[in-house]
Ligand binder design. Sequence first.
Ligand SMILES: NC(=O)C1=CN([C@@H]2O[C@H](COP(=O)(O)OP(=O)(O)OC[C@H]3O[C@@H](n4cnc5c(N)ncnc54)[C@H](O)[C@@H]3O)[C@@H](O)[C@H]2O)C=CC1
Ligand SMILES: O=C(O)C(=O)COP(=O)(O)O
Length: 528
Amino acid sequence: MKVLIADRISPIGVDLFKAEDGFDVVEAYGSSPEQILDLVKDVDAIAVRSDTKVTADVIAAAPKLKVVGRAGVGVDNIDIEAATDNGVIVMNTPTGNTIATAELTFTHLLAGTRPIVQACATMRDGGWGRKDYTGSELNQKTLGVLGMGRIGAEVAKRAQAFQMEVLAYDPYLTESRANNLGVKLATLDEVIEQADYITVHMPLTAETKHMLNADAFGRMKDGVRVFNCARGGIIEEAALIEALNSGKVAAAGLDVYEDEPPAEDSPLRSIKNLVLTPHLGASTKEAQENVGIDVAKQMIDTLKGGIVINALNMPSVDPKVLEKLAPYMTLGEKIGTFSQQLAPEGVEKVSIRYYGKMVELDTLPLTNAVQRGYLREISDNVNNVNAPKKIERLGIDCEEIKNRNHDEFNELIEVQVVCKGGKTRTIAGTLVGKNQLPRIVLIDGHGVEVNTDATLLVLKNKDVPGIVGFIGVTLGEDGCNIANMSLSRDKGEGFAVSVFELDTAPSEAAAKKITDHDAIEKYRVIKL
Ligand SMILES: NC(=O)C1=CN([C@@H]2O[C@H](COP(=O)(O)OP(=O)(O)OC[C@H]3O[C@@H](n4cnc5c(N)ncnc54)[C@H](O)[C@@H]3O)[C@@H](O)[C@H]2O)C=CC1
Ligand SMILES: O=C(O)C(=O)COP(=O)(O)O
């Protein structure tokens, strides 16, 4: 396993990689985008912070890449869509730098209240300036927090200790969580109009981009103070500069910028009542050790085929649950590939149904297994990460249905493929015996019992005498050994579904002979 450590992560984390047998660790900090393209060509994993950009080009240049680990929270430097398309797991370490960032935010709040940064600069210049640096107090002021997640909540706790009232705007925050935190849920407008201090703690998304813009500043209290230690772009920089210059905003603090680093001649750098830090939120010894250790452990587990946690583009599953699910996943994958081969064209919908006590388990990995199986014969490099997206790209609507009971079976995984015009094909399977062996038990509702590790010849034929003999002779002459067979007669319609388990697929000549037979309606060879 070759691991590229592209940004400076804690040596404790790097040592964890180095301690693994068979791991080759390359440390290359501050590489240019061109150097990164070259460095990744044979790597299995890349560990980054926020400096290295893992673009679609980087992912395309790394054919062996399995995982990108972010020692930190924000993954805006990683092209998750390109990673997902290529089956590459993207993971972050969401908790290790929460306190560090909350404390830096609070430092900014204090520095925006008592102008110690500016006063210190005067002292360094030989001045004294006592009359120039009268501050304000946090006590009894209202702090508006936009984004009450991990960091927002820690900032709120610290604000409460300073006797501030906290208003929170976060559409995903529940009333009970707000009550537990002792904060008041508010609308965005209420925060904008009522807060003395506003701090943002959200990811940068289409919704949060420029959430604080000229219009928002216009509606804020005169003398408001604003802070951004989350992501550049949540506050519109041009509007902030304007609001600071006009005196609408009394003071502000930024740790993050629309462009990082901001231009050397950026007007931000010369505004007196604006305190700037160079993206230092996570830069404490403690936070770096936390995220360095977390990212190394998570990536090592993933590379060694163990549990995957904190992945942003695939579900994390408890290893104990995974152990229980393993036989069902084998079955699901086989049913998935069977269903695709049975109805290879014009598919509009794949309906995956679970029956019996398995519905109590987390079925997401099962659905993933069915999808992986479905794509096996028609797509390259399929894994749990990219399977759902690949199916979506084929224009196939995938649904999951759970039902506690089935008329015939205690437990069943059934995949129904709906084709253009509403025609459906259905395959179902279950686990048999104490060894939980996977078996296909229904084909289009016809009862069969078929192993899942064979090549299958599936026929729909008129229920007339001599068919089994004819198939046996034809396959025998073709050198095709029959390991097992299963017949299901539908007397009402006069048809039978016959399934032959074969050691090898029939030749074209044998296939022609069989399909030419008057009584054979449908012929399919399925590779499980
Ligand atoms: N300056 C630095 O060095 C660091 C910056 N960060 C950044 O801080 C931010 C927050 O991090 P965490 O608290 O760990 O994340 P989190 O995921 O725990 O919290 C984010 C919160 O934002 C809320 N949110 C999402 N969209 C929203 C919207 N449209 N309006 C209002 N709220 C919305 C979510 O519901 C969530 O509660 C992230 O952008 C992260 O990248 C994190 C660590 C270090
Ligand atoms: O964790 C985050 O989101 C951060 O912004 C920290 O970035 P860094 O690891 O210090 O480059």
